[in-house]
Design a protein. Structure first.
Length: 379
């Protein structure tokens, strides 16, 4: 994304007086200072915005009831005979969700359960998740969808978008992956070829596939229309709902329309997967929080890392669980919900201080080239 374009985005969405509730404010100085704290689970804490170590405030509980919920995503399961390691990580996350005390009211699965949309992979994921006896709600990832265009996914895990209200919070789940422009028919691709292109990071052939589409944008507007502007809303999506890094589809192409819809709401948060990394950003009226994967961690994009994000330390190649994990959320009565990153690490250095370790500061060694898709798909 060009600097001038990002400046225009900030100018439009970060106008004076347009931001999340300032009672939850955070400064970059506080964020960086608190990320130096050590512990067994990764996150960031800061006085005022982060009331507890490893937490991020996201929404207000409007009732007198406390509750917890959990998030797992990006397990990228292969058949067991091909990759038992990803299965072990998924089992670990599920076991830790089961051990939550008090227990979670429900689990949100944030997409990319499978790696190549294979029925064996999806059925394996469903079988593993049966070990949880709490409510489970799903949104799809592109890896789950493009072998059969979501047919098995929707039969097994339900359709999206969806919404439900729980103890004073409105929860919304979106499908950000099922609206890709049809690049496969003209080229007479097989389903496996189509799925293969969707499974690549830069999507050079698939182009800017991430988006909500007109029908779902209208649905989102309607889903919020009867909700008070000052009551908390949490939107779950696989992709970020802002323009983080389009070349990797770390965005939705109609993010501007999304932000126009949510602009009137004072307490709205987007929780997303897909990026396989800890992210935090504030754009306009919405906070955006990126979640960990259980499969593998992605490096940060070579540009466009959000201002309030502190890059994670580069993972230990000898530890298959390093840099990975899941999240648990606590919503105290009358207070803000707390997001705790449960990262599997053995070392005390939770975040890299040296740019060369972070994966985000060594841009001089990275060459960016125009993608084929940039010449095909206008966005």
């Amino acid at each position: 994304m060009k600097r001038c374009e990002r400046h225009e985005m900030d100018k439009e969405l970060c106008k004076p007086g347009v931001h999340p509730d300032r009672s939850l404010d955070i400064t970059r100085r506080i964020f960086l200072h608190k990320t130096l704290l050590t512990g067994t689970m990764v996150g960031a804490a800061a006085y005022g915005f982060f009331p507890l170590l490893n937490t991020i405030d996201i929404a207000g509980a409007a009732t007198g009831e406390n509750f917890k919920f959990a998030w797992i995503s990006d397990t990228h399961l292969y058949p067991r005979e091909l990759n038992e390691r990803f299965v072990e990580k998924t089992i670990r996350a599920i076991s830790e969700v089961k051990a939550m005390d008090p227990p979670a009211d429900f689990l949100i699965f944030g997409g990319d359960l499978a790696q190549l949309g294979d029925p064996v992979e999806l059925k394996l994921g469903a079988e593993l998740l049966k070990d949880l006896d709490i409510k489970q709600v799903f949104i799809p990832g592109e890896h789950d969808w493009y072998l059969d265009m979501g047919d098995l996914w929707e039969k097994q895990f339900g359709t999206s978008p969806w919404k439900f209200d729980h103890k004073g919070v409105r929860f919304i789940g979106l499908n950000t992956i099922g609206q890709a422009p049809d690049y496969w028919s003209a080229k007479k691709m097989t389903p496996k070829e189509r799925m293969g292109h969707m499974a690549t990071l830069d999507g050079s052939v698939a182009g800017p596939w991430a988006g909500l589409g007109h029908e779902q944008l209208k649905w989102l507007s309607d889903a919020l229309s009867d909700w008070p502007k000052d009551k908390p809303v949490i939107i779950f999506s696989h992709n970020p709902l802002y323009e983080y890094y389009p070349p990797w589809n770390f965005w939705v192409r109609d993010w501007r329309e999304v932000h126009e819809i949510v602009k009137p709401y004072k307490n709205i948060t987007n929780i997303h997967g897909h990026t396989h990394q800890i992210l935090y950003n504030e754009i306009g009226a919405m906070r955006s929080i990126g979640m960990l994967a259980t499969a593998w961690p992605w490096p940060y994009a070579p540009e466009g890392v959000p201002h309030l994000t502190k890059p994670m330390i580069r993972v230990d190649p000898g530890d298959h669980f390093d840099g990975l994990g899941w999240s648990k959320f606590t919503v105290p009565a009358g207070a803000m919900a707390e997001n705790e990153y449960v990262m599997w690490r053995k070392t005390k250095d939770l975040f890299a201080e040296a740019a060369v370790d972070s994966g985000a500061g060594d841009n001089v060694n990275q060459e960016l080239h125009p993608r084929t898709a940039d010449k095909i798909w206008p966005y």
